[in-house]
Design a protein around this ligand. Structure first.
Ligand code: ADP
Ligand code: MG
Length: 700
């Protein structure tokens, strides 16, 4: 190879200090290597010209030949806009500039033929093209144009400073000239021949300057595979290291606590899924490795009892266990539920939250440290430095998407050696994501609801149907049911949300007056004691309606509540809606979820509502959510590197991901240290990549 790819970008001919600075700041391009890995977002056909009357309302990139016949300036609230009328022999359209108008006026010529290139919009009966790339037709004719011109990622700042797409193409061309187009191979020959992958140099050339559609596809495939392969390799290696380095406490015995509970005190018959998951956990706890398991199960699938039985195994082996929940309400609920279930087992269980009294706190700290206290349930309060265990054997974390990685790892460090960790979530992680984010993290799934549950009927209603909805509520209350009415809470405007909630509460109070109806209200600004009081009134059935913000989203269990009304449902995300719906359908009665919205709905909101109405399946909902939002908002992705993928897309390239994972595993199975000569290339590339980024950071 003739050039060193670690050379700073400043040294490339045609770049220079100013441009180098911009490339660094705007695109994160520091070296030749970074530049060569700046892959086009898409390709456009610059051999094709459109007539104005051929334009379509699809917002595609097009090029049109025409003449500017006049300029006009329009002053708006937000500043001036420059509009040029652009004409060909079939019609006219507008070219629009919001910036740089002086330069445009001075440099563009009227009544000369130009090629205008850009995206078109349809607006007030006309097409317009904002900030077009313009070139005089005679200039244009001098350049060679290919049918697949690359379009590179860019930023507004770059194009304002003259680093247009064309400029980037030129820079990359220069790099190819200097390097002679030769780049080191980064995949082993075995892999390349088995998967019929083209070599690295060919792939890089064709990704930037495709010689044909077919070569472009092969270049894309090869580079996507490579990218995903090395991520999988890293994940799997990290997991292997984790398993071999970190020894867990082997819980060899299943003893009196577990057996007595299982044989005599089970409050119901376990579902097959629950049994299977408990077996998986038992096997894991009994092995020598430290358990790091994610338990996924839809809302209401019965994860709590699985947590309890796992904790009993810890107790049977002389260890302590803890259960951490994200909210006080949920902690209380877990505490009451577990105390109930363990009634005859003679176990000491306590709860620690932000509102525990000082004396109680002190007692808890003391008994945790001397080992008298066996199970502690609580909120973040468990993470405080004062909380020390004699021997914490198992940490269960409920609804863990509410906790950050740092918080979780704090719990982890409370012991000399790490406890087993069971993380429970009702927000399913789509398979694709689980694979790419969590690598070999062990996952158990409860994919079956307890018997007799009727699936929740979900409908979408507009605000104008409110009277009917109220009538429905009255009928349900008359049958003895209870109702949730939830208002959105978005942190940025807590004041507004609070107002929404209070307005809602008032109007509900008018329609459902005392003494016939009793209403509870619950929101984040209330003191814990007040929250608890209201919650208890609702649980005991003293109130029929619970007006609340999303504080009730997570885990709350009131089986007699059978109607969930979500106000302004368009403002909620899918997983949130699914969580909210999960608050009902917990008893034997038919339950309902009514999603109230205004008439104005974005297309994403529509998709969300339709999805909720169509299905109750949390995994299906998670897949739709992933498609709508991208992986960015889903837990763990920030640490995983999937957001920084340069070419692959974990949603669209699922098949490639699977194959990359398959081969990464296969190679490591045979050659764990990548020390065979045939894997030399892989080892070298892997080491180089590891130097530059650190992918995975789960819990440890
Ligand atoms: P989640 O998975 O949402 O945490 P929970 O553990 O709170 O679910 O269980 C939801 C409800 O279902 C609880 O009232 C619980 O007692 C009940 N339950 C759990 N498992 C079973 C079962 N196998 N049979 C009947 N009821 C069950
Ligand atoms: Mg739960």
């Amino acid at each position: 190879m003739s050039v060193n790819l670690q050379t700073p970008i400043d040294y490339l001919k045609g770049v220079g200090p100013n441009r180098a600075d911009l490339l660094r700041k705007e695109l994160g391009i520091y070296t030749y290597q970074d530049l060569i890995n700046l892959f086009p977002n898409r390709y456009i056909d610059r051999t094709r010209f459109y007539k104005i009357n051929e334009l379509q309302r699809n917002n595609a990139d097009v090029q049109v030949i025409g003449k500017i016949i006049q300029f006009k300036e329009v002053t708006q609230k937000k500043g001036k806009r420059l509009i040029a009328t652009f004409q060909d022999d079939t019609g006219s359209m507008e070219l629009v500039w919001f910036r740089g108008q002086k330069w445009i006026r001075e440099n563009l010529k009227l009544n000369k033929s130009y090629v205008a290139f850009g995206k078109t919009n349809w607006f007030s009966g006309k097409y317009n093209m904002p900030h077009p790339e313009l070139e005089l037709l005679e200039e244009h004719k001098k350049n060679i144009r290919t049918a697949m011109q690359p379009i590179y990622p860019s930023t507004e700042k770059l194009s304002n400073k003259g680093i247009t797409n064309r400029a980037i193409i030129k820079i990359i061309q220069q790099l190819f000239i200097e390097s002679g187009g030769k780049y080191n191979e980064t995949l082993s020959e075995n892999l390349r021949s088995e998967l019929k992958l083209i070599n690295k140099s060919e792939a890089l050339f064709n990704i930037h300057f495709p010689k044909s559609q077919e070569l472009l596809s092969r270049a894309q495939f090869r580079l996507k595979f490579e990218e995903l392969f090395y991520i999988q390799l890293q994940l799997i290696i990290k997991n292997l290291i984790h398993k071999s380095k970190i020894k867990g406490f082997p819980f060899e015995n299943v003893g009196d606590y577990f057996n007595s509970f299982f044989n005599h005190h089970l409050p119901f018959k376990l579902t097959n899924a629950q049994k299977r998951v408990i077996k998986e956990i038992r096997a894991d706890l009994g092995s020598n490795a430290q358990m790091n398991r994610l338990l996924q199960g839809d809302v209401g699938s019965g994860k709590t009892i699985v947590a309890l039985m796992s904790m009993l195994i810890a107790l049977d082996n002389g260890f302590q266990a803890c259960l951490m929940a994200p909210t006080e309400i949920l902690s209380v609920q877990h505490y009451n539920g577990l105390v109930d279930m363990c009634n005859n087992l003679n176990i000491s269980i306590k709860m620690l939250t932000g509102s525990s009294k000082t004396s109680e706190r002190r007692k808890i700290h003391e008994t945790l440290e001397n080992g008298e206290l066996q199970i502690i349930i609580g909120t973040h309060a468990l993470l405080e430095d004062k909380v020390k265990f004699k021997n914490l054997g198992l940490a269960v974390i409920d609804e863990q998407h509410r906790f950050g990685v740092a918080q979780r790892s704090k719990l982890w460090h409370k012991n000399t050696s790490p406890p087993h960790v069971l993380v429970m979530t009702a927000t399913p992680i789509p398979r694709t994501l689980a694979m790419s984010v969590y690598g070999d993290l062990d996952i158990s799934v409860i994919d079956e609801l307890p018997p007799g549950r009727k699936s929740v009927k979900t409908v979408h209603r507009y605000d104008k149907n409110r009277l009917q909805v109220f009538k429905f509520i009255r009928d349900e209350i008359a049958k003895g049911r209870q109702i949730y009415i939830v208002y959105p809470l978005i942190q940025e405007s807590e004041v507004l949300d609070y107002k929404d909630l209070m307005d809602g509460y008032e109007s509900i109070s008018r329609d459902f007056p005392m003494p016939d109806y009793q209403i509870s209200i619950l929101h984040g600004k209330m003191k814990p004691a007040d929250k608890d009081f209201e919650m208890q009134r609702f649980i005991k059935g003293e109130t029929q309606i619970m007006v609340a913000t999303t504080v009730i989203e997570v885990g709350v269990n009131v089986p007699n509540a059978s109607v969930m009304i979500v106000e302004s449902a368009e403002r909620f995300g899918l997983s949130q809606l699914h969580q909210l719906r999960g608050r009902v359908g917990r008893g034997a009665e038919q339950s309902y979820c009514i999603l109230m919205t205004s008439h104005k709905l974005s297309s994403d909101s529509k998709t969300r509502l339709e999805t909720m109405v169509r299905t109750n399946d949390g995994f299906e909902i998670a897949e739709v959510d992933l498609r709508l939002r991208g992986p960015g908002d889903i837990m763990g992705t920030q640490q995983s590197g999937v957001l920084n993928l340069k070419i692959a897309d974990i949603i669209k390239d699922h098949d490639i991901l699977q194959s990359a994972r398959y081969y990464a595993k296969k190679i490591l199975q045979i050659d764990q240290n990548l020390s065979l000569p045939e894997n030399e290339v892989i080892l070298r590339t892997y080491k180089q990549l590891s130097k530059y980024k650190n992918i995975w950071n789960y819990i440890s």
